[in-house]
Unconditional design. Structure first.
Length: 187
């Protein structure tokens, strides 16, 4: 489906382009909130990558994974803009990845959410980001690796270590969350 959409955009179909923008806007906005509270930076990044996408649409055939390309471009734009604003130096300092966005926001007890929050807090920011991309966004290990700019093997290791840490902290709560909320941690 993505490849078909990509072809139409490459051919200049403004309607498909608009649908693609609408499809990705909320996903990118939510992802951007993990890195900054500055809504202007997030919206500018979304706008910028889609303007570039339209401007360079003749080159789209060279892109093998449109979904990954959009997330990767967006992430890089956010980081570049944050460096430009000199709020956080992402080259030397680990960025904060909000835990609250990873906690299941559905029916359930406050106790479960608190226990899950504590388990997620035990992860590094990079581990939380990988978990978010893999399980919340449903990206493949290859796509997560491309977005995080690491190898597929390193992505597997990062996610596996994250899950092992979570298991060590509270396996019973994770299983309870899977049962209650129908989460699909093992896609």
């Amino acid at each position: 489906m993505e490849k078909e959409r990509w072809k139409y955009i490459e051919q200049g179909d403004i309607h498909v382009y608009s649908e693609t923008y609408i499809f990705y806007y909320k996903k990118l906005y939510n992802y951007g909130r993990k890195f900054t509270d500055n809504v202007t930076v997030i919206e500018d990044a979304i706008q910028s990558i889609f303007v570039t996408l339209w401007k360079d649409r003749e080159k789209l055939a060279k892109i093998h994974s449109p979904h990954t390309y959009i997330f990767y471009s967006f992430r890089n734009h956010i980081f570049k803009e944050k460096r430009h604003l000199k709020r956080v130096d992402f080259d030397s300092e680990e960025h904060e990845f909000a835990i609250d966005d990873l906690i299941v926001n559905a029916e359930g007890t406050d106790a479960l959410n608190k226990r899950l929050g504590k388990a997620l807090a035990s992860l590094t920011a990079r581990q939380r980001e990988a978990i978010f991309l893999r399980f919340y966004e449903g990206l493949s290990f290859e796509e997560v690796g491309q977005i995080l700019n690491i190898s597929v093997k390193a992505t597997y290791k990062l996610v596996a270590r994250s899950l092992l840490n979570l298991k060590g902290v509270m396996i019973s709560t994770i299983l309870l969350a899977i049962t209650i909320f129908g989460l699909q941690f093992l896609k």
